[in-house]
Design a protein. Structure first.
Length: 447
């Protein structure tokens, strides 16, 4: 039997879910391709869907090896831009171009950027700071919120300068980095409000959902109405540390957990999970502010919240507010990307928001999005010679596993104190913000 408590919302805490993934079938030319010096060099970048671009970037990372210095998706031209550190092996660059990427030569290698990030971690782990690699500038983007002043600012600035010219940039944020705990659909525990991310199937086959790990600090039992009876219990949680995610199992094993995101007056079907790519256009659904959109700005971001440091996040310019924590980040064509963690600003002035990658969370908790494990198998078949990259639309699953530590209840003092302001917003989302932006998403899916 389905969970009958909330039929109006199209699901029992409706959020997306995803079938098992297949690797996109993008055939890269072999190393002995034509060496006439004309057709190879003249290969024009291909127009790619965002999912295809993400998969091509993953393949080129392996092909180019140490020469690969990151990539990003140019949404205007719909092209994948791949950074390459110049070297002696020009042939791999030729192959990257033949595969359909736009190749750009840069100075900083990924290992050099990773070393710089490690220096920041050891010398400038200051609450209110964050950093992520920005492949568009080939630098580390360091952000400091409004609380970083005086000696802390001087320490951060001198650390950035010590990395050397051309390695990092630093900017100030007008807001304050915080987790967005307060209160997809709203869930409640211990007087706090959050949002669901994506429905999943746990490793034991039971229905569950993903949300932010810091949300579970408010309590282990969650309901779908303020003051209501619990319908789900925390199974695994990580925060702070190697991520911000939690697996929460529905108490009723017969609960239906549909593969969709509730946009208010309609739902968006989620077809699979995918890794983020810088430049990707994304949408966020949360129980406080409804639907918002923006772009991915950086990957593998480190954020120093007041509660502790969290690594491995996605940095975006999508707005969010208290109560949106745990909510789903996805693309208009139904790819599950992330779970809302925290950031600065709000949906009036804007700001930065960080998200937990869904692929990493799934790997860590041993869950799958959706119940059909074979749903994406076809995408992994080999493409015939000369086939276009568009044949592969499935993005790869997460490669990293985070710790599944249980977060202790009550450790996040005052985190849920802003919940009251958003208590009535759920209905507003269904009748207001969700309607207008939902039409954009719907049109995108239909194309």
């Amino acid at each position: 039997m389905s969970h009958k408590r909330i039929p109006k919302r199209k699901a029992a805490i409706a959020a997306g879910s995803v079938v098992a993934l297949g690797a996109a079938a993008i055939l890269l030319p072999n190393a002995n391709a034509s060496q006439d010096g004309t057709s190879d060099d003249a290969a024009a970048p291909k127009t790619l869907k965002s999912a295809d671009a993400s998969d091509l970037a993953s393949q080129l990372s392996g092909l180019l090896g140490d020469a690969f210095a990151g990539s990003y998706y140019d949404s205007k031209s719909q092209q994948l831009v791949v950074n390459v550190v110049p070297g002696d092996n020009n042939n791999v660059i030729v192959q990257a171009k033949k595969a359909g990427a736009k190749v750009r030569e840069v100075e900083n290698s990924l290992s050099e950027l990773a070393s710089g990030a490690q220096t920041l971690k050891s010398e400038a782990t200051i609450p209110g700071t964050a950093w992520a690699v920005d492949p568009r500038t080939n630098k580390i983007l360091v952000t400091a919120d409004s609380t970083v002043t005086g000696d802390n600012w001087d320490q951060l600035e001198s650390t950035v300068q010590s990395l050397g010219s051309g390695m990092a940039t630093i900017k100030k944020s007008a807001g304050t980095f915080k987790t967005f705990l307060s209160g997809g659909d709203a869930i409640f525990a211990g007087g706090s409000r959050c949002s669901t991310g994506f429905n999943v199937t746990a490793g034991d086959g039971s229905p569950a959902f993903l949300t932010a790990g810091h949300c579970t600090l408010a309590g282990n039992e969650w309901s779908d109405a303020e003051g209501g009876q619990p319908i789900a219990t925390v199974d695994q949680s990580t925060f702070p540390g190697d991520g911000d995610f939690a697996l929460v199992k529905y108490d009723d094993p017969a609960t239906e957990a549909p593969s969709e995101v509730n946009l208010g007056d309609q739902t968006l079907a989620i077809s699979q999970a995918a890794d983020a790519e810088v430049g990707l256009q994304v949408f966020r659904m949360g129980s406080t502010t409804g639907l918002s959109d923006g772009q991915v700005l950086g990957l593998d971001a480190t954020v120093n919240y007041p509660e502790g440091t969290v690594t491995g996040l996605i940095q975006t310019d999508v707005c969010a507010e208290p109560g949106d924590s745990g909510g789903s980040l996805f693309t208009q064509d139904g790819l599950a990307i992330g779970l809302t963690s925290g950031g600065s600003g709000d949906c009036t002035v804007g700001g930065e928001t960080f998200f937990q990658p869904v692929t990493t969370a799934l790997e860590a908790v041993g869950a799958t999005l959706g119940g059909d494990a074979a749903g994406g198998a076809g995408a992994g078949e080999e493409a015939g010679a000369g086939e276009e990259a568009g044949a592969g639309e499935e993005a790869g699953a997460g490669e990293e596993a985070g710790a599944g530590e249980e977060a202790g209840a009550g450790e996040e003092a005052g985190a849920g104190q802003e919940a009251g302001a958003g208590e009535e917003v759920g209905n507003g989302n269904a009748d207001g913000t969700g309607n207008g932006l939902g039409e954009i998403v719907g049109n995108g899916v239909g194309n």
